[in-house]
Design a protein around this ligand. Sequence first.
Ligand code: C2E
Ligand code: MG
Ligand code: MG
Ligand code: MG
Length: 286
Amino acid sequence: QAKEAGKNGLRFFDPAMQAAVEERVALENDLRQGLRDNQFRLFCQPQVDAQGKLCGGEVLIRWQHPVRGLVMPNHFIPLAEQTDLIIPIGEWVLRRTCETLVEWERHPSLKQISLSVNISVNQIRADDFVERVLSIVNDCGTNPARLMLELTESLMAEDVEGIIFKMNALRENGVRFSVDDFGTGYSSLSYLKRFPLAELKIDQSFVKEIPENQNDAVITEIIIALARQLGLAVLAEGVETMDQFNFLLRNGCGYFQGYLFGKPCAIEFFSSNFANLMAADIRGVR
Ligand code: C2E
Ligand code: MG
Ligand code: MG
Ligand code: MG
């Protein structure tokens, strides 16, 4: 049909576009099936402090699809957000995270660790967001002080009052908030003093070329200084080299995440591996 239209000099759609639409529909159906069949997995990436000691982890979703294989979040989270499938997917992530934190309470070392969870704008927009989060935390019996919710700056640009209200309600219950990919959004800096934030995460695009890239070096220094002046923790994402780590340390960055310290791995592996590592450390000190 597209070809016939082409003969007349008219093209109503091109095959590539049609293929993209079909793939989208297939992906959406697969996502629903994935939820039903429990195909999602939690991965976790370590976060360390200035001493290089493990202090937290970021929970990152993966999709173990029977045919597509292990699908990365960039390939399905945007569609999940457009279709509101992000609501059940996000709740699944939160529940599994809260359950993991409860399991970790039994380990003398793991129980000190916090977990950060990515929250989409559509999730926090839902009227019952606060109730949903608190009911998951309470159902699981999780210590809310161990839970950090990562929001992006874009979210801070809309319905500011409503979002501050929800964040305050959760903050009063012990849940903390972090700004993910800080520096890449379009929102004004003034929100920083209005939202009940605990942490800024410097986006990895700024970290990538430090210390060589002068612009990135300056931006990174200023974000660290800004966070510290505002009394917020500051974490650098995407730290891959010792040069990057040393530059960030020298400039007062407090927390770090990146391949230098560990790639994301299945959360079950994270639990067993890091419990052992930390137990070994404790034995070494004694
Ligand atoms: P993000 O929250 O900014 O997560 C950091 C991403 O950087 C992760 O990609 C991580 O694997 C990657 N990364 C970490 N260290 C390094 C490094 O040293 N070098 C490089 N090059 N990359 C590094 P991932 O797991 O593919 O996740 C991509 C994005 O998908 C996340 O970005 C987040 O926005 C979103 N996402 C992941 N899980 C969830 C989820 O459960 N819910 C929602 N709403 N979004 C999620
Ligand atoms: Mg994140
Ligand atoms: Mg990030
Ligand atoms: Mg990012």
